[in-house]
Design a protein around this ligand. Structure first.
Ligand code: PGA
Length: 251
């Protein structure tokens, strides 16, 4: 089973557009249900309308508050997500890290999610690459910080998404190659195995994200050895998402 997670980011603009998009995405999920688990990480305000649009579509959030205090204006708690039937939540996305989110914040957010039995989709990724391989230490620090104090039995709740910052979003420098993805999937798996053990590491899906399209998607799963994809822009365009899902379901 492969994962296909859509990160809608700050889109679409209206509830009715969100409704239509959720319906189209649910249809894609139904068509590919034997091979794909499709999840939509939507803006907070759309959870309730989305339940009525697409009852079967698993929902994720794009962030959660690290705070435990109700006096946290503008924040959304793990308990609120749970009450909206949100089963997954992205943490550590590069766009949030760019707004000041640190590994310490990510760790606290993971705690809030695990307390409510919500599965963290932990994003890790380096800003740039160098020829000596120092970028690997960025990933190591992110993984070790996120998993510090997490019990072995809880690790299988995690989904890790490797998203090199230089390949994410409209300002991406270039798309990563499947071999760069494969190298990182092996590296991340080894890091988790060193912290726990190989069996535990194998239970954590490692996804790839960053400028995925229907042409390159399948190669990240085959030669790239990722167990799924986290897609941004394509998740907002049902025609493109349909093609992408078909390519990866047949990979
Ligand atoms: P993109 O975004 O597919 O638009 O590059 C991916 C992400 O940020 O998760």
């Amino acid at each position: 089973m492969q994962w296909l997670i859509g990160n809608w980011k700050m889109a679409p603009d209206t509830v009715s557009q969100a409704h239509l998009l959720a319906k189209a995405t649910a249809a894609i999920a139904r068509r590919n249900k034997k091979k794909l688990t499709v999840i939509v990480c939507a803006p907070f305000v759309y959870f309730t309308p989305l339940h009525s649009a697409a009852r079967t579509l698993p929902l994720g959030a794009q962030d959660v508050s690290a705070s435990t205090k109700t006096a946290s204006t503008g924040e959304i708690s793990g308990a609120m997500l749970k009450s909206q039937k949100v089963g997954y939540c992205i943490v550590g996305h590069s766009e949030r890290r760019a707004m000041g989110e640190t590994d310490a914040h990510v760790k606290e957010k993971i705690n809030r999610l695990l307390e409510k039995n919500i599965r963290p989709i932990l994003c890790v990724g380096e800003k740039s690459r160098d020829s000596q391989g120092w970028y690997l230490s960025v990933i190591k620090d992110q993984i070790e910080s996120a998993f510090s104090g997490v019990a072995k039995a809880t690790i299988k709740r995690f989904i890790i998404a490797y998203e090199p910052v230089w390949a994410v979003g409209a300002a991406a420098n270039r798309v990563a190659s499947p071999s760069e993805c494969r190298e990182m999937v092996i590296f991340i798996r080894k890091l988790v195995a060193d912290l726990y053990d190989e069996k535990t590491a194998r239970a954590v899906p490692i996804l790839y994200g960053g400028s995925i399209n229907e042409e390159n998607a399948a190669s990240f799963l085959t030669s790239g050895e990722a167990q799924g994809l986290l897609v941004g822009r394509v998740s907002l365009v049902p025609k493109q998402l349909t093609l992408l899902a078909a390519h990866i379901a047949n990979a």
